[in-house]
Design a protein around this ligand. Structure first.
Ligand code: C5P
Length: 467
């Protein structure tokens, strides 16, 4: 086979590949490897479907998570500073909590007001501002962050960092920190090519500073093009995410979670539903993302905010959920927390069924696909760990054991959903983890805690240190 390099791809394909790689925090070459591996693994089960647009829109929320990583964004003074506002959103989508410092030059391009509105906290601008020093202080700004991102990193800022200057708030914080630093250089191509810049960059990389970009393309100045454009916000966010994930329990693992109820239409206004709130499934998705996993949650209709840092695929019916789960495979683990309707109406009326005197309609039901059972029984592309839920009202453990065998899954998380337990829609849960080696009964705890404990068990198993 003739060899193919990324450089030989056309520009549009290269751009798409760069964005996809950035989204996954991989190099472009690694992304190509993943695509080829997936295509090879899936030729036997609908490879074409994976590249087709999914049935329902997929999006991420820009909600910082309470226990998300803390990122200090230092905005330097270049025209690319306008992209830093978008970068704030992209980082928040991944669950990060942001604080920002604007250099004096940056304030010519973006205002502390705009930055403060997006982060929900005032922007820090001055080393000698008594209020900032009293409130937080530059040493705490340096220490309180899990990662410092400098974007745009101008030629001047790079030079100051390489030389260890500390004559303004940004440089003082950068000198005082022992946390990882990621820089996104942005400057005119000639400044980027200058020997002094190359020397400074070599010094910074030797000091352990990570670099994303710059990219080639047009500059702000008319007629200028070359290497020096700041990396796209999505690329910077992906680079930040991959630095933060290193060492996390589920780093590099992909997890699919189903959550919420399904709605099965009878006619355009009526449907069959159940009382699931989606709280437990959403908490599991959030805990998996916080542990560094790449998470897809396939959710039925719920009244909850999307979990931060998670790909959300919204569906209504069991059949849509089934298709979305298939499209989201392959995965290292899949957790089926959704309360999928077992049946749907055999026929769906195109118009509203009219009430007629003495002619009560009869609803004929037909069975929905069993998503858990189908994924657990796959002969190829089965996630290493398949976890089902069992909502039971009697004989909880005995029924859960039987369900584990019948569904072919590895674990069942069994819970008592009798009316007096208050589990449905409530914030607490009492569960038993049923595995091949026995039953662990966990004390009553918040659904968030159940989620974190389950994710710890999943991480230990995928890591080979449990069961
Ligand atoms: O059979 P039962 O509904 O009690 O099984 C519950 C488990 O099976 C849950 O994990 C649920 O998400 C999953 N399930 C499914 N597809 C169905 C029915 C249940 O994935 N059609």
């Amino acid at each position: 086979m003739a060899s193919l390099t990324v450089r030989q791809l056309d520009d549009t394909l290269k751009k798409l590949l760069r964005l996809r790689a950035a989204r996954h925090g991989r190099s472009m070459e690694d992304e190509v490897r993943v695509i080829l591996r997936e295509a090879a693994a899936e030729t036997d089960h609908g490879a074409a479907d994976r590249f087709a647009p999914s049935a329902a829109p997929k999006h991420k929320t820009a909600t910082p998570s309470e226990d998300g990583p803390r990122i200090l964004l230092i905005i330097g003074g270049g025209i690319a500073a306008y992209k830093s506002l978008d970068l704030i959103r992209r980082l928040q989508e991944r669950g990060a909590r942001l604080r920002c410092i604007l250099t004096p030059a940056a304030q010519h391009f973006v205002t502390p007001l705009a930055v403060g509105a997006l982060t929900g906290e005032r922007a820090f601008i001055d080393l000698f501002d008594p209020q900032s020093e009293f409130d937080v202080g530059h040493i705490r700004l340096a220490r309180d962050a899990d990662l410092i991102v400098v974007a745009p990193a101008t030629a001047d800022l790079l030079a100051k960092m390489a030389g260890g200057h500390a004559d303004d708030l940004a440089t003082a914080v950068l000198l005082a920190t022992d946390q990882p630093i990621l820089i996104a250089p942005a400057m005119n191509p000639r400044m980027w090519a200058a020997k002094a810049t190359a020397r400074n960059l070599a010094q910074l990389t030797a000091d352990g500073v990570r670099v994303v970009g710059p990219n080639a393309g047009e500059m702000a100045e008319p007629g200028e093009a070359g290497l020096g454009r700041m990396a796209e916000p999505l690329e910077i966010a992906a680079a930040a995410e991959s630095i933060l994930r290193r060492g996390a329990a589920l780093a590099g693992k992909r997890i699919i979670v189903t959550s919420g109820p399904t709605h099965e239409p009878i006619d355009p206004v009526r449907y069959i539903a159940n009382r699931s709130s989606g709280k437990q499934g959403h908490a599991i998705a959030a805990a998996a993302a916080a542990a560094g996993a790449d998470v897809v949650v396939v959710s039925g209709p719920v009244n909850l905010p999307d979990p931060p840092g998670v790909d959300v695929v919204k569906v209504e019916t069991a059949r849509q959920m089934f298709d979305a789960v298939e499209a989201a495979l392959p995965a290292d683990a899949a957790v089926f927390a959704a309360a999928v309707a077992d049946w749907r109406s055999e026929s769906e009326s195109a118009s509203k069924i009219k009430k007629q005197p003495e002619r009560t309609p009869t609803l004929k039901l037909t069975e929905n696909p069993d998503i858990l059972s189908s994924v657990a029984h796959r002969t190829s592309g089965r996630p290493r760990l398949v976890v089902g839920f069992a909502a039971e009202t009697d004989d909880v453990i005995a029924n859960a054991r039987a369900k584990r065998m019948k569904k072919g899954c590895d674990w069942i998380v069994a819970n008592d959903v009798s009316a007096e337990s208050g589990v449905m829609g409530g914030d607490m849960n009492t569960v038993h983890l049923v595995t091949a080696s026995g039953v662990e009964s966990w004390p009553p705890q918040a659904k968030d805690q159940v989620a974190r404990r389950l994710i710890e068990c999943i991480a230990a198993t995928l890591d080979g240190t449990k069961r």
